[in-house]
Design a protein around this ligand. Sequence first.
Ligand code: SF4
Length: 324
Amino acid sequence: MKRRVFSGARPTGRQHLGNYLGAIQNYVSLQDEYDCIYCIVDVHALTSLEDTSGLQKNIHEMMLDWLAAGLDPEKSILFVQSHVPEVMELHTLLGMVTPLGWLLRVPTFKEKAKLQPQNINYGLVGYPVLMTADIVLYKAEFIPVGEDQLPHIELAREIARRFNNLFGNTFPEPEARLTSFPLILGLDGTEKMSKQAGNDIEIALSDEETIDRVMTAVTDPARRYRNDPGHPEICNIYRLQGYFNPLQLDNIADQCRSAKIGCVDCKMLLAQQINSSLKPFRERRAALAAKPGYITDVLADGAQRAQVIARETLTEVKQKMGLI
Ligand code: SF4
């Protein structure tokens, strides 16, 4: 039997290059080796989302990107968190074994509380408990995470361990499967690529839109005129060339330092490489988008398969807690 991997991502809508080069490609590569469960965590999104009018569209667009990028509903379970409501019940039950002090110590709670002082809701505090419920409901063993997520996985392990100690061995303690997610900077060249920062390049853009976005990127600030020699080592366009144009990287660096290539030409080269590398993805995406009801069907099937596992775990938990 394959070992089980679980991962959840917030419904952020159309995915950008940072999502693609980090999480999505990793998700796709794990599918053959592991029994993978990938979830769009819509309830988690509510902790910081006040306007939910775009939520369904975001889920749809995100799943379309995932599928077109190679996530295979035949191999993996793909679903939306709230479509398997057992997770909410398990969240409540795990809340009974989680000391409040553990939650108040979580660094991301403090950061979030600072970011939205007008909306420090219970969900922000309880987020790690819901995250633990997401994982242990499916008895997942491995969680693909970047280093910044390690404290959350450690807390999930502590909650699972505490439950096991109190009520008997039930959950595997989830292990972080450390993944070196590349840090993809946005078009401003300073912040991590993100929708919120408005510095992203969506993978589903058309060729022309991609060129327009890349042309807005900040490059080497010292290179004010076409004849100024550049410093590729500090330029984000150069970093991105490393992903999409690796064979020409040395050549670009030489040409940049000797001012034989201008930034506009360099950006055009990058945009063309992004477009040719994403061409198969974009064609698949258009084909999937044209199938009426396809995404709804994939999500319904994923939720049904996830729910079979979820119900079994929840019954076991309730029996052990004396609720049945
Ligand atoms: S030529 Fe390319 S690598 Fe050099 S500064 Fe311009 S965009 Fe960056």
